[in-house]
Design a protein around this ligand. Structure first.
Ligand SMILES: Nc1ncnc2c1ncn2[C@@H]1O[C@H](COP(=O)(O)OP(=O)(O)OP(=O)(O)O)[C@@H](O)[C@H]1O
Ligand SMILES: [Mg+2]
Length: 362
């Protein structure tokens, strides 16, 4: 539609901007967003990590945009922690180049360390010390100026809603609170990038949701780049970008939306009063379906065709549910197996057993 065709022609330009201008405006916003987001703060090129002869990570390359939340997804043993630990300068690479904020993780370790905060997969808090003592110790390691320590502790504990727990011994805190103290500690030297290795593993759903709330708050309010790993596929749905890792390789890398669009279909579960008539319409439109006892399952290739059938049969539809594709479906589509296959379940059970034994010792 051109500007001159618009019905409400008498209104001011502000109320009624020309369509071309609106498009131009939207285009500029998108271009600006792309420009801002396209500044990579993490760059990994041809990274390989071997433990002896075993290659845990095999020639991976990716970038993470400044100010974004990036998730590294993958089953147990995929190589997520190995990658994080090498980026954080804990391990040395075998091959490749890893940069954070332009600094080389192999040759400029100190500069990299001062640019990052890390929450490791296993807790590293001293449980016999108070929350405040743990944070103070970290300030010493990171050479936070003495006159700023009090202010920074207050600031980071406020961010994770734990100010009232400052003087408590860490052992008195719940699992979720301890995780939040670790996030606070990772932030105390004001890093550009915060690494979180499985920040929510072992937490109940409510605490998981809270931890995510803090993660997104940090990103939005402080523009901190968040790099996290998880094997909960659902958790990565709201991240800006995800890399799915399996057997040491990146098998998919994009926004969750783009990955789902590329690899999954919406699935409809429909219960109708007259299955014969419904099937006739489906067949006529060339829509494939699987007939179950009480419903028909349809992998939706063409929304318009399905809507056409539904419109025809609308009086006889008893129930309808549309399930969107998930990142788990993406993984299934690419690898042909569920992220939690038998091996992983066994490993998970082993880990749980180990945790129980550990708990028993305390
Ligand atoms: N220090 C090590 N020595 C030898 N092999 C190791 C070492 N650390 C990890 N591995 C192996 O490297 C592979 C990748 O391990 P990594 O810890 O990076 O996986 P992950 O994706 O973080 O898994 P999880 O989800 O279980 O934490 C695994 O096969 C693991 O057994
Ligand atoms: Mg790990």
């Amino acid at each position: 539609m051109s500007h001159s065709c618009r019905k409400d022609k008498g209104k001011s330009l502000k109320e009624n901007p020309p369509v071309e201008w609106e498009n131009e405006f939207m285009w500029r916003i998108r271009a600006e967003r792309a420009r801002v987001k396209m500044n990579p703060i993490i760059e990994v090129k041809g990274f390989t990590k071997k433990y002896g002869d075993f290659a845990a990570v095999k020639n991976i390359s990716f970038t993470v945009d400044e100010g974004s939340v990036f998730a590294f997804l993958g089953p147990n043993g995929a190589g997520k922690s190995t990658t994080i630990n090498t980026l954080c300068t804990i391990f040395d690479k075998t091959e490749g180049e890893l940069f954070i904020a332009g600094k080389n993780a192999h040759t400029q370790k100190n500069q990299v360390r001062s640019a990052i905060g890390v929450v490791f997969q296993d807790s590293t808090l001293d449980k016999k010390m108070t929350v405040e003592e743990n944070l103070k110790m970290h300030c010493v390691f990171y050479k936070v100026p003495k006159n700023e320590v009090e202010e920074r502790i207050t600031f980071v504990l406020t961010l994770v809603d734990l100010l009232g727990w400052r003087k408590k011994t860490v052992s008195a805190l719940s699992g979720g609170m301890k995780r939040r103290v670790e996030i606070a500690r990772g932030l105390i030297h004001y890093p550009k990038v915060l690494f979180l290795d499985e920040p929510t593993t072992g937490l109940d759903p409510q605490t998981r949701a809270h931890v995510w709330e803090y993660i997104f708050r940090l990103q939005k309010e402080k523009n901190i780049t968040i790099f996290l790993t998880t094997h909960y596929m659902d958790e990565a749905e709201n991240c800006d970008k995800v890399a799915i890792m399996d057997h040491g390789k990146i098998i998919a890398y994009d926004t969750p939306f783009a990955l789902k669009k590329q690899y999954t279909k919406d699935r409809a579960y429909i219960t109708v009063a007259n299955p014969a008539a419904f099937e006739q319409s489906l067949n006529r439109e060339g829509i494939n379906y699987i007939k179950k006892e009480n419903y028909h399952r349809i992998d939706v290739d063409d929304n318009a065709k399905l809507l056409q059938v539904l419109a025809e049969c609308k009086d006889g539809i008893k129930d309808i549910e549309i399930r969107k594709g998930t990142l788990n479906d993406v993984f299934l589509e690419i690898t042909g197996r569920e992220i939690r296959d038998t091996d992983n379940e066994t490993k998970t059970q082993e880990t749980q057993k180990k945790q129980k034994i550990k708990r028993g010792r305390k």
